[in-house]
Design a protein around this ligand. Structure first.
Ligand code: SF4
Length: 373
């Protein structure tokens, strides 16, 4: 898959840009990345008939490539069903990928299992959306924090484990008395602090944050987000931050990838995405964010119409064409390549659209860094 269509030079290195999904949306050296996702597919089979044969697939992730640089917060945003949580689970190896590769700190971990994967499991931790469900109700907080330390041999004695638990609980803003309590004795925000402490218990260098504040009150959300930012600096962490909330993404992330129906349609640094979106889907998502300042409200906001198509029957050509206000016959016939429209800014669209004038230009005509299909 993936006929090479353009070869260009960037920073003295050859960047091979491929016409299909095999393009990795990154333009720095591979060793700058802690995590690399290379052309990953996650298809779930649908069985049917008397013999239980596979009759179709749910294409939850359909050829996704991106890299996460050491020390950065990479955001993953999109509507429900866009595949953002699935790609997070593929990275964490909670799901076996159908095709493609996950590279962690230069090592291809796609096929790693058991003992071989254990050192990477310690380095890669996760904070889930629902702290009520992610903490074992029968364990005390002390046990929740010290158990992973023992499993991964990050402490040698019980005293060391207890001292580390006391330090951790203090770091996340709780006090040592809380160590002897059970999860049901805490509020939602406190439980999420415990979940964060558990993730840090084994000294990870990568943390997947999957909607970590979605189930919390707004006042508590800000506290948890600020805590996560503070800990990132203290523990030198790299984050993948998954959210459907654009305001939270803007507050937390250095770069952001926008997902639609199993693919990344735009990827750039945070200010570029918010100030100069280039994909119609990103533009529509941003238009839908309410603004309390009436002077800044967009009267011509683009409202996304219709539902996300089924991941079983993905539209031909551009998968966003059934909801795109700028779609042309070409969008129905041809799959749009991932194009670097300006340095470090990639879109999967045939056109470079000026959203103020609604005037599309072929993205392949924009600058020297674009890809001609
Ligand atoms: Fe819209 Fe066509 Fe661009 Fe797809 S390729 S986002 S349908 S203009």
């Amino acid at each position: 898959m993936g006929r090479m269509s353009v070869v260009r030079r960037l920073n003295g290195a050859l960047i091979l840009a491929m016409e299909s999904s095999t393009v990795t949306a990154m333009s720095t050296r591979a060793d700058d990345y802690l995590v690399e996702v290379k052309d990953v597919y996650e298809w779930f089979p649908i069985k049917g008939g008397l013999l239980g044969r596979t009759i179709a697939h749910v294409k939850a992730v359909d050829g996704v490539s991106f890299g996460i640089r050491k020390g950065e917060t990479m955001g993953l945003v999109g509507e429900s069903g866009s595949g953002k949580t699935t790609i997070g689970r593929c990275i964490m190896k909670l799901l076996p990928v159908t095709k493609g590769n996950v590279i962690y700190d230069g090592t291809d971990i796609t096929k790693f299992k058991g003992q071989k994967f254990r050192p990477f499991r310690r380095r890669m931790q996760m904070v889930f959306q629902d702290p009520y469900a992610s903490l074992d109700p029968r364990q005390t907080v002390r046990s929740i924090l010290t158990e992973p330390m023992k499993i991964h041999h990050t402490v040698r004695t019980k005293q060391e484990a207890n001292a580390a638990a006391e330090k951790l609980i203090d770091t996340v803003g709780l006090n040592p008395d809380h160590l002897s309590r059970f999860p049901h004795e805490f509020s939602g925000g406190q439980r999420q602090r415990i979940a964060v402490a558990r993730a840090l218990a084994v000294n990870p260098d990568f943390v997947l944050l999957d909607e970590p504040t979605s189930s919390l009150d707004v006042s508590v959300q800000a506290q948890i987000l600020n805590l996560l930012k503070k800990l990132q600096g203290e523990y030198n962490l790299t984050y993948l931050f998954i959210s459907h909330n654009l305001s939270v993404i803007r507050h937390m992330c250095d770069r952001v990838a926008v997902m639609y129906l199993g693919r990344i349609v735009e990827i750039a640094d945070i200010s570029t995405i918010f100030n100069n979106p280039k994909h119609p889907y990103t533009n529509a998502l941003l238009s839908s964010v309410p603004n309390i300042d009436p002077r800044k409200r967009k009267m011509d906001a683009e409202i996304l119409e219709g539902d996300v198509p089924s991941p079983v029957n993905i539209p031909s050509g551009c998968r966003f064409r059934t909801r795109c206000a700028y779609a042309t016959p070409k969008c129905q016939e041809q799959f749009p390549p991932l194009v670097e429209i300006e340095p470090h800014h990639w879109i999967e669209c045939h056109y470079d659209i000026d959203f103020k004038t609604a005037r599309p230009t072929l993205s392949s005509e924009k600058g020297s860094s674009t890809i001609t299909p």
